[in-house]
Structures are given as structure tokens and as C-alpha cells.
Design a protein around this ligand. Structure first.
Ligand code: GLN
Length: 295
């Protein structure tokens, strides 16, 4: 265990020194990205952008900034993710508020948004009045990023958590797409009237694997957003049954985020239930990350 003195940050420390001090303490505690995390948290405490730090680096810390940084350092060293400390996380260049029942958006999920937009660009373009359904919306990051790019689209955003839906709705409103974002509380099978595109980043970690995840994920992301049942595949099976049996009218294509090792298994589920040949898309690390199919 790393012991941290109570008062690392005091009013005789300048902003520039504070960033370095923060980084050094995170590095000593063995965290993966000490410089990046230190910068992110310090900029948030100073309520400034990178450029602002260049001109204000010589300023001494205020009492309030000292208190914040001392608290945040202890929390970060205890493995609390930066996004949870700040209660916000950037996704698709937009800033999303998090809640206790929302997953923290991941950069990997941007591949899903890109894949959907790419499909739309080849199938009628972005100005269509598309009706989207986002299953397990969480912070609303996927739905809101898409609405941001699709000026005439609407999205029904589904989640089992009312808390998540409240957070998602406030994100949609703050990011200017509230009028086209419709939160609905329910589980996979409860939905869906008519829709053009189905998107989802569902819980997909196999239950026995959860205990092997990093403490940052295990202890700070909500279990319901992670746990995909014994096989990790229950969400895909359920959604594809819904597609096969409820036949949402108008459905043109579906897009799911998947775990790096689930490509074959989810492809098989899609094939069996829809009779369609699915396509896999890899992320920047060359791992299978998204599967999509046309109906
Ligand atoms: N759709 C949300 C996201 O991508 C939530 C996903 C989840 O909770 N499994 O962040």
C-alpha cells in the first residue's frame, strides 16, 4: 500500500509544480498513465484547458484547489478512475456526465459509432430521418454521439436502470439533442415498435471472468452494465431473438459492440437467428470489436 502524506498540495505550490507533484505521486503508486492522469485532474481542478496552464502555470494554488487535489490524489491512488473522480468522461469529442449506474464510456465504443455512420454514409446519407434504438444506453454516449452526427434522426434509448436513464437524458439535453432522444425503461425484449437501426453496447463479460478484471473496472463500473451471464453472450442471444421474433418493422441493420474474443460466437448467433451473414470490424488494436448485419 502506498502511503500519501495528507498535505501534498499546499498554497506555496504553483500550478505547474502541482502537475508534476501529482504525476510523481501517481508514478510512485505504480499507476499506468501517471502523466496523463495528473494533467487531466489538475486541469479540471484549475478549470482550464492545456493552453491556459501555459499562461497560468506560475500561479500559486488556492485553498480550494489544494483541498481538491489532495482529495483526488488519494482517490486516484486508491484506483478510482479519473472519469469517476470527475464524474465526467469524454466520448466522441463530447463530455458525458456519469452516474453510479452507468458504464464509463470507452474509446473502443467509438468504433461502433464510426461503423454505424459509415453504413449510413453508404446507405442514403446522414440527412435521413432515421429511427434508432440504443439498447442499454447507459450514459447515452452511443445514441447521443449518433444524434449529434445525424441531424434528422431520433433515438429510443433503452435501459433497465432509471438512474442511468436520468443521466442519459441530462446528457442529451446538455449536448443539444434532447428533443430527439427518448429514454425508455425496459429490458431487451420489452421493446420495440418500428425502427431503422438497432445499436447496442450490451453487458458482455462472462460472469466467471468478472473477477479477473482490473480493480478500476470491477469496483467502479456497475455490475449490471458488465455482466453478460455465464457465457457473456446472453445479451446478443436475447437481442437477436427479439429481431427474429418481434421483427421490428422497418429494421434495416443492427450493430453491436462485442468482446475481443466473441467475434465467432456472436457471428454464429446472428447467422442462426437472422439467416444473415454478419460483418466484423476491428478496433485500433486489431481486435474484433463490432459486429453488424443487414436485415
Ligand atoms: N451503451 C453504453 C456505453 O456504451 C452502456 C453500455 C453498458 O452499460 N454495457 O457506454
Amino acid at each position: 500500500m502506498t502511503v500519501i502524506p495528507n498535505e501534498v498540495f499546499t498554497p506555496d505550490v504553483t500550478r505547474e509544480q502541482a502537475v508534476r507533484l501529482f504525476r510523481d505521486h501517481l508514478r510512485a503508486a505504480g499507476l499506468d498513465n501517471p502523466a496523463l492522469d495528473a494533467r487531466h485532474l489538475c486541469l479540471a481542478a484549475f478549470q482550464t484547458e492545456s493552453a491556459g496552464l501555459i499562461t497560468s502555470g506560475h500561479l500559486a494554488l488556492s485553498g480550494e484547489e489544494c483541498a481538491l487535489l489532495n482529495e483526488w490524489l488519494v482517490r486516484r491512488v486508491a484506483q478510482e478512475p479519473v472519469g469517476r473522480i470527475l464524474g465526467r468522461r469524454d466520448f466522441w469529442g463530447l463530455s458525458f456526465r456519469l452516474g453510479p449506474e452507468t458504464l464509463e464510456p470507452r474509446p473502443d465504443t467509438e468504433v461502433l459509432v464510426e461503423t454505424v455512420l459509415n453504413w449510413i454514409d453508404h446507405n442514403g446519407g446522414r440527412s435521413q430521418a432515421l429511427r434508432l434504438v440504443d439498447v442499454g444506453t447507459g450514459t447515452g454516449c452511443i445514441a447521443i454521439a449518433l444524434l449529434h452526427e445525424l441531424p434528422n434522426a431520433t433515438c429510443v434509448a433503452l435501459d433497465i436502470s432509471l438512474d442511468a436513464l436520468r443521466v442519459a437524458r441530462s446528457n442529451a439535453e446538455n449536448l443539444g439533442v434532447g428533443a430527439r432522444f427518448f429514454p425508455v425503461c425496459g429490458s431487451y425484449l420489452d421493446v420495440i415498435g418500428a425502427c431503422d437501426l438497432l445499436v447496442s453496447n450490451p453487458p458482455y463479460i462472462a460472469t466467471p471472468v468478472i473477477k479477473t478484471l482490473s480493480e478500476e473496472v470491477r469496483c467502479h463500473d456497475p455490475m449490471r452494465a458488465l455482466d453478460g451471464g455465464l457465457s457473456g453472450l446472453i445479451a446478443y442471444e436475447t437481442m437477436m431473438l427479439m429481431v427474429a421474433h418481434n421483427k421490428p418493422s422497418g429494421l434495416r441493420a443492427g450493430f453491436f459492440e462485442i468482446g475481443y474474443d466473441q467475434g465467432r460466437a456472436v457471428a454464429e448467433i446472428v447467422r442462426e437467428t437472422s439467416g444473415r451473414e454478419p460483418h466484423l470490424v476491428r478496433d485500433l488494436e486489431q481486435q474484433d470489436r463490432v459486429i453488424w448485419f443487414e436485415v
